[in-house]
Design a protein around this ligand. Structure first.
Ligand SMILES: [Zn+2]
Length: 256
């Protein structure tokens, strides 16, 4: 799943097209029916911005194209006229470059960016609006904090990887209910997510402490990292039961 930092890098690459009048093509049949060519071809692409896990492309006349990549979507920027095989969802062709969207799944054209995206404050904002995030998280008091942090209406941009790493950083179990996590702890988690994701946008490759490390030793306390599906979407949570204790931790299979 592309996270906010991945989208931020895609937005940076697409900046080469900002300010240019673009030719628009939708080679893939699932994109062809959306009327994008009719409404966007020949318009100036004014800006490209990552908001949470969405890429928002603003065109002249107030039109905003929202692209959400889900698991499989990819934006690439190539030289104009580059040869390719297959049918991308969308091609935006500028003077020298073209931006190509493969495997779209979500492409929506609308007018009010934030409303069409239904998003909470962006974790990558500088500084992030922690007060609003806290207020929104407090409205979900019975949910496990690891589940709530992935809800893009509460906080935009955090995906499964940085959720796991930020919780480890703050020594908070993903299984504790939001109601049982203090304001100070929530701020520590959100600040950690912001710091780690910002570093990733800038190209750092920080050591992973829990994500995809189930069965291995915690770098901090030596306990064995666990993983278990969490929440309605059953995204896999990773945590250290030693230094991230508490909450309704699932039982280890085979124990009483
Ligand atoms: Zn530990």
């Amino acid at each position: 799943m592309p996270e906010g930092d991945t989208l931020q890098r895609a937005a940076q690459r697409l900046q080469v097209l900002a300010g240019q009048r673009v030719q628009v093509e939708t080679p893939h049949p699932r994109a062809a029916g959306k009327g994008l060519v009719e409404r966007l071809d020949g318009r100036t692409l004014e800006s490209v911005e990552a908001v949470g896990k969405n890429l928002l492309l603003r065109f002249e006349g107030g039109l905003v194209l929202r692209s959400h990549l889900r698991m499989i979507g990819r934006w690439r920027v190539e030289q104009r006229g580059a040869r390719r095989t297959g049918r991308p969802w969308l091609v935006l062709r500028g003077d020298e470059h073209e931006a190509v969207l493969w495997n779209g799944p979500v492409l929506e054209l609308g007018r009010d960016a934030r409303r069409i995206a239904h998003l909470g404050p962006d974790i990558l904002d500088s500084p992030p609006d922690l007060d609003v995030m806290l207020a929104r998280l407090r409205g979900e008091s019975s949910r496990a904090v690891g589940d709530a942090l992935l809800d893009q209406r509460l906080v935009a941009g955090i995906g499964n990887l940085w959720k796991a790493e930020a919780l480890w950083d703050a020594r908070v179990s993903p299984w504790r209910a939001v109601a049982d996590v203090s304001d100070e702890e929530l701020r520590t988690i959100l600040a950690a997510a912001h710091r780690l994701m910002k570093a990733s946008v800038e190209g750092a490759r920080p050591l992973r402490h829990v994500y995809r490390r189930a069965g291995r030793a915690c770098h901090r306390c030596g306990a064995v990292i666990r993983s278990h599906p969490q929440g309605e979407a059953a995204r896999t949570a990773y945590w250290c039961p030693g230094c991230q204790a508490g909450g309704r931790e699932p039982k280890v299979p085979g124990t009483a």
